[in-house]
Design a protein around this ligand. Structure first.
Ligand SMILES: Cc1cc2nc3c(=O)[nH]c(=O)nc-3n(C[C@H](O)[C@H](O)[C@H](O)COP(=O)(O)O)c2cc1C
Length: 351
């Protein structure tokens, strides 16, 4: 199945299904002598684990990382890194009742149309379980970026219609939704609990900021930095929109409002989100992603089975109420992977 690899010089290939033996990633092109150990990867994976908020599933996923190759005495060797995470808390039995019907909002109907066969256990390859592998690769990318003092941080700015009104970055690690507004985080908790009782689910918006990115990353014309960021982020399940800088709001502004004036000290505003003509301009890179509500809901909905017969389905079980906040670290990982790739590509330009 092609389409499982991403990146040009820092290239990742993820593998595995939700209820298979394990999931993992092969990273090819990571330069040698990058300090990396299992605990750095584990720390990032722990941020994706369920259990931190009422919006998350009750599944227990220990997600113990195993680095199988490419690291020697805590340093990358320049050879392919292979990282594996075993699947532990998979309850395939509970998926049997959905084996011959299509759950609305899921990839069941499209995988069936494409392959004529699908691993219905936990969503198979379409499952968010695959994102474990991206987060592991993101930890390696972050270590690479860390050498250049580039940082990437994702936080929740909207959940179930509750918006963060302030950006207090010290607050992000102080609440279960990774929200930069403590008051909004409290309202989010109430909203999640109310919706959970009704058997429904919620969507929201995650913002990602990359700081310290030098000017010059990004390639004309199809591999623009914003194009690759959008592709990387849109490849995460449940992400339905990506905007950079002013994004959709730019469509309502005048040119005189949207342009970022340039002074000897730098840009006066950052409507560009740190990218001009597909190339980083040295300012912070600011991206927002729209996350749809979790499709698995207990509320009964119309569907059809594999023979086309009309049925109804209510998806009960251990599901997230919202992909937020577990998706935040996945977004952070994908942005880090894209930046690491473009950093290596800019080195190849040799300027
Ligand atoms: C971190 C994360 C957790 C998710 N958790 C669930 C879940 O528990 N149940 C579910 O049905 N979908 C979950 N999803 C969403 C589905 O994977 C996704 O909506 C589905 O594969 C269909 O793909 P699409 O939304 O991109 O069209 C999650 C997604 C992410 C990124």
């Amino acid at each position: 199945m092609p389409g499982n690899s991403f990146g040009t010089l820092f290239r990742i290939t993820t593998w595995g299904e939700s209820h298979g033996e394990a999931v993992g990633v092969v990273i090819d092109g990571c330069p040698p002598k990058i300090p990396i150990d299992e605990s750095a990867v584990q720390d990032m994976l722990d941020r994706r684990k369920p259990g931190g908020s009422p919006a998350s599933t009750s599944r227990k996923e220990p997600d113990k990382v195993i680095i199988m190759s490419g690291v020697f005495k805590g340093m990358t060797t320049g050879t392919p890194l292979s990282i594996m995470i075993r699947n532990r808390d998979a309850d395939s039995e509970s998926y049997k009742k959905y084996a011959d019907i299509f759950r609305p909002g899921q990839g069941d109907i499209t995988y069936h149309a494409k392959y004529g066969i699908r691993d219905w256990r936990g969503g198979g390859r379409a499952s968010a379980r695959e994102t474990v592998a991206r987060v592991a690769a993101g930890a390696v990318a972050k270590a690479l970026l860390g050498r250049e003092k580039i940082t990437v941080c994702a936080y929740t700015i909207e959940l179930g219609g509750i918006k963060a009104e302030v950006r207090d970055h010290d607050a992000v690690s102080g609440n279960m939704f990774f929200c930069p507004d403590m008051k909004a985080a409290l309202k989010m908790e109430k909203r999640v609990n109310d919706v959970k009782k009704k058997g429904d689910s919620l969507g929201g918006i995650v913002e990602i900021t990359a700081k310290g990115v030098p000017a010059g990353l990004g390639e004309p014309v199809f591999d623009k930095l914003d194009a690759d960021l959008a592709k990387g982020l849109m490849s995460i399940g449940a992400v339905k929109g990506v905007e950079i800088g002013a994004g959709f709001k730019a469509a309502t502004l005048l040119g005189s409002e949207n342009n970022d004036p340039i002074t000897g000290e730098g840009f006066l505003t950052n409507n560009s989100g740190g990218i001009l003509a597909g190339i980083s301009n040295g300012d912070d890179i600011v991206i927002r992603v729209a996350v749809k509500p979790i499709p698995s809901i207990a509320i009964e909905q119309k569907t059809i089975d594999v023979t086309g017969k009309e049925r109804t389905v209510s998806v009960k079980g251990r599901h997230d109420i919202s992909a937020i906040p577990r998706i935040n670290v996945v977004c952070e990982a994908m942005v880090s992977i894209v930046l690491a790739d473009h950093m290596l590509r800019q080195r190849a330009v040799g300027r």
